[in-house]
Design a protein around this ligand. Structure first.
Ligand SMILES: NC(=O)c1ccc[n+]([C@@H]2O[C@H](COP(=O)([O-])OP(=O)(O)OC[C@H]3O[C@@H](n4cnc5c(N)ncnc54)[C@H](O)[C@@H]3O)[C@@H](O)[C@H]2O)c1
Ligand SMILES: O=c1ccn([C@@H]2O[C@H](COP(=O)(O)OP(=O)(O)O[C@H]3O[C@H](CO)[C@@H](O)[C@H](O)[C@H]3O)[C@@H](O)[C@H]2O)c(=O)[nH]1
Length: 441
């Protein structure tokens, strides 16, 4: 099949590349000329495990192309995917301006039998609006479907290639047949392609993200309670998770959810409900708990130092919003960096992939961008951990202690055992567990 994928970001690039790898002829289109030129030279604009190899192979074998010129590609396409960003607008609702721009841009070039598929996460009713808009612009009916994406950054390729389910919102059999054929190689293991109305498909995407976000805010609230009552959230989490009705997934406490999806999607869903005179009490509470949790490391640091961090050296491990990505959109680390920079602390950071993105925002407000995690703690008054990269999980504690000026750790991801911290003589603050304070022993 011939596919045009418009928007070559985390979702568009992964979608286009994976579909090309499955034997389709795919052209990825983006307005960002530098990005497109880079991709043609094998420069991948994001870090996503396995993506670079897959892009290179399919580009070299001619199944995957990149362009800024939609008009050249759309007339040939069986399916046109819309995968542009739908960020949060000032009101909290999703900003659909990029989607409307794409719709206007493709209308004059669409083949009579082409299927337009909205992959971007869009509020319920958007598919219907795209359909109406194309009908108006083209002077005829255009087939429009919804196919939301459920991939996670850091495991995007395997999530795409081995989905739990594929959700498609369609209006007719022609769309169902095309999407069935396109996705057939992804569901050979028996996972379902679920066909439903575009409205149900759009709502499924938001509802899934909102429930996952709810689990995270719930466990963070229980973690804060654990700290007050002397319980250990790790034991509580495991005790809960063994109940099969609850499960273990998305119950890790931490610094709240970040990234480009959960924060904006929870707010967009709440905002949609409010425009319909409903009161989205759960969604608003989930967001509120999350905003509070994102500042939890800052609160602990501020309390420990009595607000006086000026001139103190902070080693910071982890900047990306989660491991295995370079994405810092809504990353909890940004909250900490802003606090430390405003207060005049000396900041040394390390992240395996996200330092360039942080440098673009913080520049010389950060004293050192370090090549290794040990370099970041050299002479540090304390270590603060934001992201659970695997390489941070088992440091040589003797070496770590010897490097630091003071053995103090603020861990937003519960990477270390409390017993280990006691054994090695660290003062250690984590999430939902008792503090270890060696200065008091
Ligand atoms: N990032 C994720 O993990 C993820 C997962 C599932 C769904 N989604 C949803 O997918 C959509 C895309 O997210 P993303 O993270 O890939 O966004 P992104 O910001 O990484 O990429 C969007 C791309 O679209 C391009 N673009 C903007 N306007 C354009 C236009 N008129 N024509 C062509 N290209 C244009 C931008 O230059 C950019 O490269 C969003 O709706 C998001 O909510 C994201
Ligand atoms: O137990 C957990 C699990 C996750 N998180 C945090 O939640 C955020 C989101 O993590 P994750 O869901 O793994 O990454 P995303 O790439 O944001 O993926 C989410 O958002 C995408 C965009 O809509 C969806 O496609 C995915 O299904 C959905 O998981 C991150 O800040 C994590 O640190 C926790 O705090 N505790």
């Amino acid at each position: 099949m011939k596919l045009a994928v418009i928007g070559t970001g985390y979702v568009g690039l992964v979608t286009g590349t994976c579909f090309s790898d499955l034997g389709n002829e795919v052209t990825c289109i983006d307005v960002n000329q530098a990005k497109v030129e880079g991709l043609k030279q094998g420069i991948i604009p994001i870090y996503e495990p396995g993506l670079s190899e897959l892009v290179s192979r399919n580009y070299e074998e001619g199944r995957l192309q990149f362009t800024t010129n939609a008009a050249d590609v759309i007339p040939d396409a069986d399916i046109v995917y819309i995968a542009v960003g739908t960020p949060q607008s000032d009101s909290g609702a999703a900003d659909l301006s990029a989607v409307w721009k794409v719709v206007e841009g493709i209308a004059p070039h669409l083949r009579e039998d082409a299927l337009v598929v909205v992959k971007s996460t869009v509020p319920v009713g958007t598919n219907g609006k795209v359909y109406e808009m194309l009908k108006e612009l083209c002077g005829r009916e255009v087939n429009v479907a919804s196919n939301p994406e459920f991939l996670k950054e850091g495991s995007a390729i395997s999530d795409f290639m081995y989905p739990d389910r594929v959700v498609c919102g369609v209006r007719n059999e022609a769309a169902e047949e095309l999407l069935q054929t396109l996705h057939a190689p992804l569901v050979r293991t028996g996972k379902p392609i679920l066909f439903m109305s575009p409205e149900s498909s759009e709502l499924t995407k938001y509802a899934a993200n909102a429930l996952l976000a709810t689990k995270i805010s719930f466990i963070n609230e229980i973690a804060n309670l654990s700290e007050k009552v002397g319980a250990d959230i790790n034991d509580v989490r495991i005790g809960m998770g063994h109940d099969q009705r609850i499960g273990f997934q998305f119950l890790f406490p931490g610094l709240g959810y970040g990234g480009s999806c959960f924060p904006k999607d929870v707010r967009a869903l709440a905002s949609l409900a409010e425009t319909l005179q409903l009161e989205p009490k759960i969604m608003r509470a989930v967001d509120e708990v999350n905003v509070h949790q994102r500042a939890s490391l800052v609160r602990k640091i501020d309390a420990f130092y009595g607000g006086d961090v000026a001139g103190k050296t902070f080693g910071v491990w982890g900047l990306a919003f989660k491991p295995k990505t370079d994405d810092i959109r809504e990353a909890p680390a940004l909250e900490l960096l802003n606090y430390l920079a405003d207060k005049g602390a000396i900041i040394h950071v390390h992240d395996p992939e996200a330092m360039e993105n942080v440098q673009a925002q913080f520049g010389d407000k950060i004293r050192k961008y370090c090549k290794s995690e040990m370099e970041a703690v050299d002479g540090a008054d304390c270590l603060a951990i934001n992201t659970e990269w695997n390489e941070y999980r088992t440091p040589d504690f003797k070496k770590l202690k010897a490097k630091m000026k003071s053995p103090t750790i603020f861990d937003g991801r519960n990477l270390f055992e409390l017993g280990n911290m006691e054994k090695h003589g660290f003062t250690y603050f984590s999430v939902g567990r008792r503090p270890v304070d060696v200065s008091k022993t």
